[in-house]
Structure formats: C-alpha cells, structure tokens
Design a protein. Structure first.
Length: 204
C-alpha cells in the first residue's frame, strides 16, 4: 500500500487539481483500464469529500481526480446525519484518510429553501422538512451576523457543518487532535469553478 499523504499534502493535491480544472487544463488522471484493475481488491483514497448533491458539484471533476483518489459522500446541502457520520468515520478509522473536505457551493437550493422557510415560517412537507431543519441553525447564525444573501449564507453553512462534524464525532475530533487528519470547509464558486478554503480544523 502506498504511503499515506499528510493532511497538508492532501490539501495541496486537491488545490493543484482544482487549479487545472479552473484553467481548463485538466489531466483526467487515473481513469484508464489499468487503474480500474489495480483497484479491484483495495482502495487508498487520499481525501474524503463530503459535499452537496448538486449536479454542478461533481467532486472528481472539479478537483481533476480519478478512480480511487477520493472517498465521496453527498447529501443535499451537505447535511450531516448518522449515515454521513458513519461514512466519514469509516474513511478516517479504516481507510486512514488524512483530509476531510466539507464542500458547499454558490446558489445552493437547500440553503435557499431553508432561508425561505426561516423568512416565511412555512416549512416544506415530507423529508425535505428534515433537510431544512438541519440547515436552519446555519441560516440563523448567518442572520445574526447580518448575512442575508444565499451565497454568503452557504459559506456560513459550510463553516458550521465543519464545526458540527468535529463536535459530533469523537473519532474524527481525536484524529484531528493527533494530527493524523484535518477537516476543511471549502466553498465552490459555480461561475469560475474555483474551490475556496473558508474554514479549517487541524494543521495544514
């Protein structure tokens, strides 16, 4: 098995891949038959990306990655639940991934829906209500700081999600304290394709 990257090295690799994507110079690595065959029996991803399910936010594409490079978890509005926590803890404790990226983005529909619900008091029906309830604390935190636009609120939600992950998972918080993992909040700008660091826990 390959030597695992440090959190800083993993973050550098993601930044370099995103820079290629922004410059329309993507190399599309690790996407051939040989790579596919090499991954049949095991995997050694260098990062886990927990992002919004939005179709415009495909992690492997925006960071110019391929098969086996990253462990990806996605929910609408990058909302944390027990299954997400289990998946992220698996990536850290079993796969020994050194970096967790919380990936939000501009014009997030889940954040926008939550902002509308907070403003009007009208909650959506079905399980969409659960999403809105989980994003509401981030929207309220943003409003207390005078943040009222969807993009800045989405950034605040990414920051709050990063903190919530550290607060919720002893496995992950212990890994961060040991220096074996770091958690970063990243906001993706749809118009330019750039992934911008907005928060972090652990040494980079």
């Amino acid at each position: 098995m390959k030597k695992q990257l440090s959190p800083a090295q993993a973050w550098l690799r993601l930044r370099e891949g995103n820079a290629r994507f922004v410059a329309a110079d993507a190399s599309h690595p690790n996407q051939d038959a040989a790579r596919r065959t090499s991954l049949v029996n095991d995997q050694n991803p260098f990062a886990v990306i927990f992002g919004c399910s939005d179709s415009r936010l495909a992690a492997e594409i925006i960071f110019d990655l391929g098969l086996g490079d990253v462990f990806v978890v996605r929910t609408a509005g990058q909302v944390i639940d027990d299954a997400v926590l289990g998946s992220l803890e698996y990536s850290v404790s079993v796969l020994n991934v050194p970096l967790i990226v919380i990936l939000g983005h501009d014009n997030c529909g889940a954040v926008s829906a939550t902002m509308d619900a907070v403003e009007t008091g009208d909650m959506p029906i079905g399980f969409l209500r659960d999403l809105v309830e989980r994003i509401t604390p981030s929207v309220l935190t943003a409003r207390r700081s005078g943040i009222l636009d969807v993009n800045s609120t989405s950034v605040e939600h990414t920051k709050q999600t990063s903190k919530r992950l550290i607060d919720s998972s002893r496995v992950i918080s212990d890994a961060v304290e040991r220096g074996s993992a770091a958690v970063v909040g990243v906001s993706y700008r749809l118009d330019e394709g750039k992934a911008v660091l907005v928060s972090g826990f652990g040494a980079l």
